[in-house]
Design a protein around this ligand. Sequence first.
Ligand code: PGA
Length: 237
Amino acid sequence: MKLFVANWKMHKTRPEARAFVEALSREIESRPPSGEIVIAPALTLLDAASDPAGRWSLGCQDVAAEREGAHTGEVSAIQCFDAGCRWAIVGHSERRREFGEDEALLARKLARCREAGLVPVFCVGETADERDRGLTESVLARQVSALSADPPGAPLVVAYEPVWAIGAGRSASPGDAGSARAAIRGLLPDRAGLRVLYGGSVSSDNARGLLEGSGVDGFLIGGASLRANEFAAIARS
Ligand code: PGA
């Protein structure tokens, strides 16, 4: 079953989220998606973005590394689950870059997800500079090391998101995405329940080619997930 995760980042108000939900419902009624749908909105939008009919589930874009306590501004994995999330994006490159999140911190966030019952969507991917220097596989190996204490039998999603393709209007080639997918699977040989997604400038124009040419199990979608018709078109590809 393919998986299509919408990462809304810091976009939309509650009325905009409700309008999206109405539009996506119409899209799904007219032509159902070919996989499972997850929407990861800002936490203030969880209620507005939820589907009472259960046609999609909710995720959060981050969780705190701590379980609970005096951590002003943080939201715990347990709180996200309680608010309706079943998935959690962890280690997105924007958080790695803007907040200095590293493997040690991300390993703790992954542990909090497991305690709460959230399935992590763990993001990995090299920068343009690392790619130019031929470091893609070593960067992936370092990033995947954050999963070394994660229970191998638990369901896991890893999203390969080359930093240079995010929001760039130009995705990785299906071949490059396929190589990264194979490398990630090779780094996690004992993970039976692993799904590997691709993310980075996915659109309805390139989705089918990327799926067929790379063998990925779905997509993590940023910009193109903000419009219901575009997101639905990707989820039908
Ligand atoms: P994009 O973002 O689809 O806008 O490139 C993907 C992501 O950052 O998850």
